[in-house]
Ligand binder design. Sequence first.
Ligand SMILES: [Zn+2]
Length: 213
Amino acid sequence: MIERTTERREFQLVALDCPSCGAPIAAEGEDVVYYCTACRNGYRFDPEGRRLVAVEVAFVSLPHTSVDLYKPFWLVSARVSIEERLAAGGVFSGLMGFFLGDRSDSLAPVGEGVFAIPAFPGPLDAVTELTRRYTEALPELGERLGERLLGGCYDEADAHKMAHFALIASEVDKPDTLQDLDYDIEFGEMRLLGVPFVRKGETLADAIFDIRI
Ligand SMILES: [Zn+2]
């Protein structure tokens, strides 16, 4: 792993041995999340403490599908609330509606759930679509252990930003409702989910919704 030091703008190599079992951990240059295939523990790099911090990891189980690789998603617990809603009568059709459920008609709706957010870069529309589809599908997905998990280079702050963006972007067909929307997201615990991808020629697509990155 390569880490930029703040004072001298040099790069410093940090040895990546698993804190639990000592096995070397595979990583790509910009990764900030890691998975030890030897003991099946996951970690994120904590830049302040300059160490690996344990993160729970699971993988989406997809029997009968030939998976080429798994890519990391952040699973972020969140509490979505609407402080004020001036445009009365609007119905949320995207993620806002998913989080608020049948409480979306009440005066100050609050809903709890889990965002599933790609921890890797991609075209914004694909990342937004993946966030929406996997967040909504998460309760139905089976989980398993194992596999390799590489390429997670988005950290907690990036995931929180993406959650805000996806929440609003999935409601863009109701711009008049959103204009006066005063909402809040309270983020909680984070863990990692390995999502199966398949190669499609030069690109990769997720194995469930066929969204190309
Ligand atoms: Zn290990």
